[in-house]
Ligand binder design. Structure first.
Ligand SMILES: Cc1cc2nc3c(=O)[nH]c(=O)nc-3n(C[C@H](O)[C@H](O)[C@H](O)COP(=O)(O)O)c2cc1C
Length: 202
């Protein structure tokens, strides 16, 4: 089957994209509502796009009524957030935190998710996440109806249970122990089903 994108409605193209670009990493983003409450939502149009400076990109769409999603609004207004990499046991909470709640109503309180301080960063991190990145807003770019948000990593937190350091001082993160949740199409998620090592040919 060969498909010419203009022949599909945006909705059908969206469904094709999310079923075929798989699995996608998930950024579980904690942001600041500005009223002492915290917002939490998952985004899978997400990836690391630069290491120097360390930058992620997240593509945020619009609410059904055309307004800004709370995460986009919080990032543009307050310019900081914490990106978590959720693991398998967090799948239900990840899905639940994608509910459109009224602005200011916290998904953390609703799901009973605990947070702990993230060093001297103004926002906390999720206590049970194995990887968390304290980020500041680098820049934004509009693309179609999406807002591309570039986030610069200011601090990284890794659970000691998934991390080791070799004799050259290089940090190793055990992907099997991290067991990150991946996003597939529809309501489906993937998790780590094993890995293979393919030595570089050069
Ligand atoms: C696993 C998963 C991945 C998602 N990825 C995205 C995404 O990349 N971009 C987006 O705009 N919405 C995405 N959503 C939907 C948002 O999470 C949802 O619109 C949420 O209500 C936004 O919350 P907020 O208004 O508090 O920011 C995703 C939902 C799920 C469950």
């Amino acid at each position: 089957m060969q498909i010419h994108p203009p022949s599909l409605s945006p909705n059908r193209m969206y469904h094709l994209m999310i079923q075929s670009v798989v699995p996608r990493p998930i950024a579980w983003i904690l942001s600041d509502n500005g009223d002492d409450s915290l917002n939490l939502a998952p985004f899978s149009y997400f990836n690391a796009v630069c290491s120097d400076p360390p930058v992620f990109m997240v593509s945020i769409g619009r609410k059904a009524d055309g307004g800004d999603k709370d995460t986009a609004r919080n990032l543009v207004e307050r310019k900081h957030c914490v990106v978590h990499i959720p693991h398998r046991e967090m799948a239900v909470d990840v899905s639940e935190t994608s509910r459109p709640l009224p602005f200011g109503e916290s998904e953390l309180a609703r799901q009973g998710l605990a947070t702990v301080p993230f060093g001297d960063f103004p926002l906390p991190r999720l206590q049970d996440a194995r990887v968390a990145f304290a980020c500041t807003l680098h820049s934004t770019q509009e693309l179609g109806k999406q807002l591309l948000v570039f986030l610069q990593v200011q601090s990284v937190w890794l659970d000691d249970a998934i991390t080791s350091t070799d004799d050259k001082g290089r940090i190793h993160v055990d992907a099997q122990a991290l067991d990150p949740l991946g996003r597939l199409g529809g309501d489906d998620y993937s998790f780590s089903g094993g890995s293979i090592t393919v030595p570089r040919p050069w």
